[in-house]
Write a protein that binds this ligand. Sequence first.
Ligand code: SAM
Length: 277
Amino acid sequence: MELWITEWQTKNLGLTCRVKEALFTGRSEFQEVVVVDTDEFGRMLVLDGVFQTSIFDEFVYHEMIAHVPLFTHPNPKNVLVIGGGDGGTIREVVKHPSVERAEMVEIDGLVVEVCKKYLPEISEALINNHPKVHLKIDDGIKHMKEAENFYDVIIVDCSDPIGPGEGLFTYEFYKDVYKALKADGLFVQQTESPFFHQPLVKRLWKDISSLFPITRMYLAQIPLYPGGTHCFTIGSKQYDPLNVDTAKLPKLNTRYYNRDIQKSCFVLPNFIQELLK
Ligand code: SAM
């Protein structure tokens, strides 16, 4: 009998994949954790029925959530990833020579263990105990309440605003992020689909821009996520992503990100500009 898996992207729209093999199903204190192998996307992580990452297109998301903010800051040394249990973002963060400490605060230890076993290409920095990486299994919301004036860059690589990730999409959380950043620090968050999550995108933009003097949005094409176009929002205290001198950026080994994309990803279509007004 054939097995299929569907993510309900809206009440009326689903993305369905034929499952070649169900590799893992389990439940943590926080969520249902599933790994399946599929034809088009390869192995993928599914949390509470939501597709999180896949071998096929993970490079787009992880390169874009890491390199765009890290190259906006001229000298990021202390970097924090909140969430990101699959390890893909921290794998990209440690590629930056200036980064001395790459902390990761993930709420769900089961996600980390399962990804190390079934998605080792994504989790490699965690599997190899990369010397820059410091992993803490804890709630990112609590961690932000306790931190002050410490991080150069914070990357919020969270799941959707339901379950344990809900509090990562609030004004209170952004106030704590602001406090945890140094005087010239900046942060980025994955902010879902500019097609299908417009009320959320608008609210987050309003909250972030009411706290940070510089707020910018950028886009990337990610087939696994609703609508295939994903947006990321940066809140920055001092450095403007639009002023990065891309000619001076060192070359990294990447499959999606490059110097031209560092600039062009901030070009927004009219309907998104309207949304953010
Ligand atoms: N790339 C993915 C996406 O956009 O769907 C996100 C991937 S990553 C797997 C998201 C992680 O955020 C999950 O492992 C989840 O456990 C973690 N997470 C959710 N809420 C959290 C919280 N409050 N603190 C820390 N990690 C959290």
